[in-house]
Design a protein around this ligand. Structure first.
Ligand code: SAM
Ligand code: SF4
Ligand code: SF4
Length: 335
């Protein structure tokens, strides 16, 4: 049985944050001055166990879940996630993917993930210059992340690369990135800098729009439009004469709320219906009650059927500012 929200959007895709911790400190996600040793991260004992995650997926799968993405924080900080992946696949989930900063993706780990059923990997990389990376993320290990992109394409045959473009930070490095990866079987996804959470000092001037990125790339490359999946967040193009594709994720300038079929589960078990949410539903509390599965199913159905989230659309029309509550951080809710 599938369920639709108030805007007729089905619940088909769950993004699971496996941890709110990360070994990197990207300025747009976990600025180092805030996410320091005093920051209150979740304790190990607060994290959902793999069994609890699987119980929740089982409930959600009664609504015909099609895809799961493991994310965070840095999901590869969680030990043995291959044991979780193999069990998610056993539940009959068609597609299981991983978004990672690439720092911990060795060849052996990639093989293990693939053997246990992982379908695809997305790796984040914002610049090929040490000086820019230092500004964005002081702990960045460029050679390790580039290696991980080659490993991912070798083992999975294809990889996505997420590149967050920020005006005057890395907006003049778009060619470098396309040039570097154009002969690989990858989709290079340029993401507009988003106002997720409350700590990244986002403002509209710091956004470099997808349209500008597209125009920049078109000066040197011929781009042919590819068909986008109905629920895709990115619009895809083929770089003519090369294997790589490019994609644009335009949450700021061209919001895609209309087709948003995604829900999120935080590492401590809260269910969110929008990336920009302020409140979630406590899955763990219900899971721990006896006879909880039916109650959980009922609650999720109730929450989703009332869902009207379309934050990015409202942001564009400036209708979200009044009495807005604090948004949850990306590293916690799962990017
Ligand atoms: N740590 C993993 C990684 O970096 O790939 C997974 C979690 S991260 C939160 C998921 C994705 O969100 C990354 O590709 C990252 O670049 C993106 N992201 C984080 N903060 C963002 C922001 N403010 N605007 C746009 N994208 C952002
Ligand atoms: Fe860590 Fe990913 Fe956030 Fe960067 S974007 S700080 S790698 S969670
Ligand atoms: Fe979905 Fe919320 Fe993003 Fe809109 S703003 S696409 S509803 S997560």
């Amino acid at each position: 049985m599938s369920i639709n929200d108030r805007l007729k959007r089905p619940l088909e895709y769950l993004r699971i944050s496996l941890t709110d911790r990360c070994n990197y400190r990207c300025s747009y996600c976990m600025p180092k001055d805030i996410f320091n040793t005093d920051y209150k991260y979740l304790k190990k004992s607060e994290l959902l166990t793999f069994e609890e995650i699987l119980s929740f997926i089982e409930v959600l799968n009664t609504f015909n879940l099609k895809k799961i993405r493991l994310t965070g924080g840095e999901p590869l900080l969680r030990r043995n996630i291959e044991n979780l992946i193999v069990k998610i696949k056993d539940l009959g989930i068609n597609q299981v993917a991983l978004t990672t900063n690439g720092s911990l993706l060795s060849l052996d780990k990639a093989k293990l993930l693939k053997e246990n059923g992982l379908d695809g990997v997305t790796i984040s990389l914002d610049s090929l210059k040490c000086s820019t990376n230092k500004k964005i993320n002081p702990y960045f290990n460029l050679s390790k992340v580039i290696d991980s992109i080659y490993i991912a394409t070798d083992i999975f045959g294809f990889a996505k690369i997420n590149v967050v473009i920020m005006n005057n930070i890395n907006s003049n490095e778009i060619f470098d990135i396309v040039d570097r990866f154009k002969n690989l079987n990858v989709e290079i996804r340029f993401i507009e800098f988003m106002d997720v959470g409350e700590t990244n000092e986002w403002n509209l001037d710091s956004v470099y729009s997808s349209e500008r990125i597209y125009n920049d790339i078109s000066k040197r490359y011929l781009l042919t439009k590819l068909k986008d999946e109905l629920d895709s967040t990115s619009t895809k193009w083929q770089l003519e004469d090369y294997t790589a594709k490019v994609g644009f994720i335009s949450s700021i300038t061209q919001p895609f709320c209309r087709s948003c079929n995604r829900a999120r589960l935080s590492a401590d078990g809260f269910f969110y219906t929008c990336l920009f949410a302020s409140h979630g539903y406590n899955v763990l509390e219900t899971l721990r009650k006896s006879s909880s599965t039916l109650e959980l199913q009922h609650d999720i159905q109730n929450i989703w059927s009332k869902r009207i989230d379309q934050y990015s659309v409202l942001r564009k029309t400036s209708r979200y500012e009044n009495d807005r509550e604090s948004k949850i951080e990306m590293s916690y809710i799962g990017g």
